[in-house]
Ligand binder design. Structure first.
Ligand SMILES: NC(=O)c1ccc[n+]([C@@H]2O[C@H](COP(=O)([O-])OP(=O)(O)OC[C@H]3O[C@@H](n4cnc5c(N)ncnc54)[C@H](O)[C@@H]3O)[C@@H](O)[C@H]2O)c1
Ligand SMILES: [Zn+2]
Length: 365
């Protein structure tokens, strides 16, 4: 069943659509723009130039980074809105990456039982993933996304030129999710993304829009995350655990997309190992991901801890993990039972693909 979903405005008229909506629905009401120091500096001037209705809006700035998905930050924003006498007709525009859209979505969905909000994502991750799908959350007690709700924006407005100032590593972070979209649902998309020069926004923009559409379509058939949406978990079962594992050793950082890329290498191998994907396709996926994303080294003795972190994650039933695995390029199946031994084998497979750093640093004469 396809339910009514909020529009995703894309293409060169996306900001124009935002202006039109603002002029029609928000003119007389209080307007606020939430961002972090980077998005307010880099993206706000262009937003105001192209969406004049927002020029009178109040700016709310939080610190860049995951740590702003925090209850104290919410509290400060709620109190600020209350001091400004923001009423239920107020509109919040969330201008930023996934941190801002997750935080702003949650703050707006709860302030006075919910005010209208619009997502204007400024990272690839935001455009193809975080700003679409109606999930909003903050972190609590060290647990990511512990508190939140399903809350739909009025619309999501995707304007890829905002990405001009985004760093390379952040671009690649979002590309991981685009690769995922191709692998589980759209072979053409996979082929285009893997061949695209990723620094070229002209080439990237339509691919970002394609990925955003794929996400919107999947969410439209499964808005409450009960079935089809599990396809989007591809690479995330192991990916989430690796993200948590990296946090335990502060000298190494691993962005979400980088962790998912490793998770996809492992899950692709498991797809081959369990007989649902042939070897050539597995090799092609693996080769591309290994070439694109930085190596993340860990020891065989770490498998145990990574498995433990996977068990703490929610997607486990009856002692076995449930994986989304590929059945081809552009197709996947969900809920495939995979046991701990198979997971350890997959992690070991990834480890063996890494260049041997030790040997390279000590070349034999
Ligand atoms: N709700 C969902 O469905 C969903 C899906 C995926 C991710 N998320 C959440 O998204 C968050 C990660 O989002 P993210 O990867 O976009 O990170 P982010 O929001 O932290 O942005 C990354 C960095 O880029 C900077 N930045 C953003 N736009 C910029 C621009 N145009 N120019 C220069 N700098 C810019 C930010 O200030 C920040 O320092 C996580 O909290 C994750 O849980 C949510
Ligand atoms: Zn993800």
């Amino acid at each position: 069943m396809i339910t009514d979903r909020p529009p995703v405005w894309m293409g060169e008229h996306a900001l124009h659509a935002l202006e039109q909506w603002m002029a029609k629905h928000a003119g007389a009401h209080q307007l606020y723009i939430l961002g972090d120091e980077n998005t307010l500096a880099q993206c706000l001037p262009e937003l105001l130039a192209r969406v004049p209705s927002l020029r009178g809006a109040g700016n709310i700035q939080v610190r860049a980074g995951e740590r702003s998905k925090d209850l104290e930050v919410c509290r400060a924003i709620w109190l600020h809105l209350a001091e400004q006498h923001a009423d239920r007709q107020a509109v919040l525009v969330n201008l930023g990456g996934g941190v801002i859209t997750d935080l702003g979505g949650f703050v707006a969905a709860t302030y006075k039982r919910g005010i209208r909000f619009i997502h204007v994502p400024t990272t690839v991750m935001g455009m193809v993933d975080a700003a679409i799908g109606g999930k909003a959350a903050i972190d609590l007690g060290g647990v990511k996304n512990l508190v939140g709700s399903f809350a739909d924006p009025v619309a999501t407005c995707i304007h890829p030129p905002f990405l001009r100032t985004l760093g390379k590593r952040e671009v690649l972070n979002g590309i991981a999710e685009m690769i995922k979209h191709g692998l589980v649902l759209d072979a053409d998309h996979w082929n285009q993304v893997r061949r695209a020069p990723l620094h070229d926004l002209q080439v990237l923009a339509p691919l970002i829009e394609r990925s955003a559409s794929i996400k919107a379509q999947v969410v439209g058939t499964d808005p409450r995350d009960q079935g089809l949406r599990k396809l989007l978990n591809f690479g995330h079962t192991i990916g989430h655990a690796l993200e948590a594992f990296a946090l335990e050793s502060p000298q190494r950082t691993l962005l979400h997309g980088e962790a998912v890329a490793i998770g996809m290498v492992c899950a692709t191998w498991l797809s081959w190992r369990t007989g649902s994907l042939d070897r050539d396709r597995m090799n092609a996926v693996e080769e591309h991901l290994m070439g694109l994303f930085p190596a993340f080294g860990f020891e065989a003795s770490d498998h145990h801890r990574i498995l433990e972190l996977m068990r703490n994650d929610k997607k486990i039933s009856g002692g076995e993990f449930r994986f989304t695995l590929l059945t081809g390029i552009g197709s996947a199946q969900v809920d495939v039972p995979i046991n701990a031994v198979q997971v350890a084998e997959a992690l070991e497979h990834y480890r063996l693909l890494l260049p041997d750093v030790h040997l390279r640093h000590h070349p034999q004469a």
